[in-house]
Ligand binder design. Structure first.
Ligand code: SF4
Length: 378
């Protein structure tokens, strides 16, 4: 029997530790049963980088922004996000007032998002405005906390994805002379370089340095200040791995995500977002060969879904996103059975002021996308 919506304030009925030793088959059966009990009041989201045992229970799969939007368009009361913390925050930012967002394991963070702390960013912003006058706009990558998205909204800036970063940079430079890009140094450098900014004209703000030291490193005529953050998965790809592929598999094409270092992106045959990578591989004819530089679960899935092609990871030893990997069938089952029995566990709640400004930054991203489409770019 299902529990009425208003009853979801109960104490948790189930203890996580009881799920950890359950056989895999039982977990899957219980997850399916809990989903059935919750019916249309529940939507389960599975990020592309999740393991298959979790993806099989997802109602939608995709990248973080698309998933957050899709969930907000449903009538579900509960959005269970199988992803990492910033993704669940984005879902809450975009959610309808009655929707509640759950992250099955609160330990599922993102090393990149965690590298841009809101206080550190305020400190950097002050220094940038002192150096550049009022001539700066902040842009944050979708992979950032809601607090950083809200900071960008308040300061006249916006959010971007790896697909629309170039359009966002152009939009900003049409308004101000300097862009502060958060929190991924590599996506910022790759985007700036693609738009013609010489590497030596890019400044780097390292939040691990004392602020005076980073301040002294700001170039007065630099159009781009990069935040020194990175993805622990994509940072591991190297140009030497591409050399190895070229030698071992002649004719194999290399496609990488733009969170990879500049030297890797320069050497690859193609660079693009997760969606771009999926389209590139899935749209290739039988017999094609790909070395893919992104998270390993996605690479394995691509290989399975395209059995008539040869798809390998650019990095021979596995590179999973360790925090994303924390979401597993025991956590999912525990969260869903509690929900079905009236208790919301691991809810992710963003405060109203942060939601307001984060939405402002996201709305600017959508405007930029519409402008770029009208202008025939991106
Ligand atoms: S793959 Fe990288 S950017 Fe994505 S969640 Fe993991 S650490 Fe964060």
């Amino acid at each position: 029997m299902s529990t009425p919506i208003g009853a979801h304030a109960a104490e948790p009925q189930h203890v996580l530790s009881e799920y950890e030793s359950l056989p895999e088959a039982d977990l899957h059966a219980r997850i399916s049963a809990a989903k059935q009990r919750l019916g249309s009041r529940l939507v389960v989201l599975g990020h592309h980088y999740q393991r298959d045992e979790v993806i099989r229970h997802a109602d939608f799969t995709g990248d973080s922004y698309r998933l957050a939007r899709q969930a907000a368009e449903t009538t579900a009361d509960f959005i269970v996000f199988c992803g990492v913390h910033f993704m669940a925050e984005s879902a809450d930012v975009l959610a309808q007032p009655h929707q509640r967002v759950i992250l099955p394991d609160l330990g599922a963070g993102c090393s990149m998002a965690d590298m841009a702390d809101a206080d550190d960013v305020e400190e950097a912003w002050e220094a940038i405005l002192e150096t550049h006058g009022d001539e700066a706009i902040p842009i944050t990558y979708m992979n950032s906390t809601a607090a950083i998205k809200a900071f960008c909204g308040r300061q006249g800036g916006l959010v971007c994805t790896s697909s629309n970063a170039q359009a966002a940079f152009r939009w900003a430079w049409e308004r101000k002379r300097v862009v502060l890009f958060l929190p991924d140094e590599h996506l910022g450098r790759n985007t700036g370089a693609a738009l013609g900014v010489p590497l030596e004209r890019m400044s780097l703000w390292n939040p691990r340095f004392a602020p005076q030291r980073s301040r002294a490193l700001l170039e007065p005529d630099s159009p781009l200040v990069l935040w020194k953050g990175y993805c622990s998965v994509h940072q591991r790809f190297t140009p030497a791995q591409i050399d190895w592929v070229r030698k071992e598999f002649p004719g194999m094409r290399v496609v990488v995500h733009p969170e990879c270092p500049y030297e890797v992106c320069q050497k690859a045959d193609a660079v693009g977002s997760t969606d771009y990578i999926i389209r590139a591989v899935s749209g290739s004819p039988a017999g094609s060969q790909w070395a893919v530089g992104t998270e390993i679960h996605l690479v394995h899935r691509l290989a399975r879904q395209n059995p008539d092609q040869r798809v390998i990871s650019l990095q021979p030893n596995v590179c999973a996103c360790a925090t994303m990997y924390r979401i597993d069938p025991p956590h999912l089952c525990w969260a869903l059975e509690n929900l079905a029995d009236g208790a919301v566990v691991n809810e992710i709640k963003v405060d109203d002021d942060t939601i307001r400004w984060a939405r402002t930054a996201l709305a600017r991203m959508l405007e930029v996308g519409a402008d770029a489409k009208r202008a025939g770019r991106d």
